[in-house]
Design a binder for this molecule. Structure first.
Ligand code: CA
Length: 489
């Protein structure tokens, strides 16, 4: 009897193997598509590697240049089944992987009808493409078949003649991306997107020809779309062509939000406009030095604008067209006088001691509770993207309510920095170090960590970390803690 059970189990395992047991494959510049795709015998192309993946599997791509596009009209792509059992294609941690297809490709990455795919740590260079860097759309003529739940993280999307990202797939996540130098005309944007529930978080979006982030239904099937979020982004120097492009436009939908964004050097800062934009929220952004208005509202209903710093823009601080063009706009607790930034020349929009932005905000903790740096907003909300932190008293740094036991020592650190934190149960963990400008200096941990107290020593000094303030940001299963620390050399 026992033998029979074992035999049955074996058969089940054999049948269940692809898709149930997570497999890891590799592609490398010195590989061969006739190989089995192991670490020692990798594939040569990402396309071949992608075709091997079932839900839960990962393809690691080793350093190098890959002159290929991924387009599931031509390639085999399966879908994942959830974020925890997604299909992942990632540049190997710490290595630089560049996809730069030769001319003839419409996009570097084009996805249709697939879902739960993750792309991570890849430079996607569209310099030879006819269109965009990434397109998330549908196959044939059925919009119901639009790709969705696509996460693109820690990638660089650049140099296309069209958009950085164009699409309409719901529930996508565009995280920690650099999107720059896309577009030939002012109809080409960093992101041009219509969907429900898509999040744009932690990105730097700059020098695109048109708008930085354009949320609108002009492209695609999404005649109605809801609740997109653009947060914690730095968006600057767009409108490279034609001088029309806003940092962010929130249009044609209901419930979209923009918060904790730092926006400078565009034609307009944030626009809420057109296509029946309704119940749009604009919270805690820092908007400085744009050519035209800081914030403009037009052809929109029930817009709420709170806790923003809007300073030294060329046009109005907040251009609130009342009447038929903008109905029911509420603008409160916004600061339009000198907020006392740390240093606008070096683009450091943190607050100085004595800033009128400190404590001048309303509590929005039912919606979000951290600032651009991941620092807890606390009991007294500041206006703008950054909470004020007293740099002279590093020991009193505020951390998220559940600080996950994050500790950084010594503080200040001379060479080696030690990080200590607790993981209550096995979890996805990310530990990153940022500089005061919000640029990520180093990702120290990214992946699953078992339960317990973890310590990690980092020779930041040896890696050329300069004297100054830094921020350690820890995320454990979506809960974020942050701690500032100083480095002295
Ligand atoms: Ca405060």
């Amino acid at each position: 009897m026992r033998k029979m059970i074992i035999a049955v189990l074996n058969v089940l395992l054999l049948f269940a193997a692809p898709g149930v047991l997570a497999e890891t494959y590799y592609a490398a510049a010195n590989g061969d598509d006739g190989n089995p795709g192991t670490r020692g015998e990798p594939f040569r192309t990402i396309d071949k590697g992608a075709s091997a993946l079932y839900a839960g599997d990962t393809l690691y791509v080793r350093a190098g240049l890959y002159a290929e596009a991924l387009n599931n009209y031509y390639s085999t792509f399966r879908s994942g089944s959830s974020w925890d059992s997604a299909i992942t294609i990632a540049g190997y941690p710490g290595e630089t992987v560049t996809m730069r297809p030769d001319s003839g490709a419409s996009e570097v990455l084009r996805l249709m009808g697939v879902y739960y795919l993750i792309f991570e740590n890849i430079v996607m260079d569209g310099i030879h493409t006819d269109g965009n860097v990434v397109k998330i759309t549908y196959m044939g003529s059925d919009p119901a078949n639009t790709a969705r739940h696509i996460r693109i993280k820690n990638c660089e999307l650049m140099n296309s003649t069209g958009m950085g990202i164009l699409g309409s797939g719901d529930s996508c996540e565009f995280l920690d991306l650099k999107i720059h130098d896309n577009g030939l005309t002012d109809f080409d944007h960093g992101i041009y997107y219509a969907s429900t529930g898509t999040i744009i978080d932690g990105c730097e979006i700059y020098r695109n020809a048109g708008w930085g982030v354009h949320i609108y239904s002009g492209y695609a099937n999404a005649s109605s779309h809801y609740n997109m979020i653009a947060r914690n982004n730095r968006i600057h120097d767009n409108a490279r062509v034609g001088a029309r492009g806003c940092g962010i436009i929130l249009g044609a939908g209901t419930g979209h939000m923009a918060y904790n964004n730092v926006i400078w050097g565009n034609a307009t800062g944030i626009a809420v406009a057109y296509g029946g934009a309704t119940d749009i929220k604009v919270y805690n952004n820092t908007i400085f030095g744009n050519l035209g208005d800081g914030i403009t509202v037009a052809y929109a209903t029930n817009t709420i604008i709170k806790n923003n710093i809007v300073y030294q823009n060329g046009g109005s601080a907040i251009s609130d067209l009342t009447g038929a063009e903008a109905v029911g706009t509420v603008a409160e607790n916004n600061l339009t006088t000198d907020p006392k930034f740390v240093n606008t020349d070096s683009l450091d929009f943190h607050l100085l001691s004595g800033s009128p932005a400190i404590g001048a905000g309303v509590d929005l903790s039912s919606i979000f509770d951290t600032d651009f740096d991941g620092v807890a907003r606390g009991a007294s909300w500041d206006v703008g993207a950054y909470e004020y932190v007293e740099s002279a008293s590093i020991a009193k740094v505020p951390v998220a309510p559940n600080n996950l036991g994050l500790d950084v020592s010594p503080n200040p650190a001379m060479g080696c920095v030690r990080f200590r934190f607790g993981v209550p149960a096995a979890a996805k963990v990310e530990l990153r170090v940022y500089d005061v400008g919000g640029r990520m200096v180093r990702e120290l941990v990214s992946g699953r960590v078992t339960a317990g107290t973890r310590t990690l020593a980092w020779q930041g000094g040896k890696e050329g970390l300069r004297t100054g303030m830094y921020l350690a940001r820890l995320t454990v299963e979506g809960t974020t803690a942050a701690k500032r620390f100083a480095v002295m050399r």
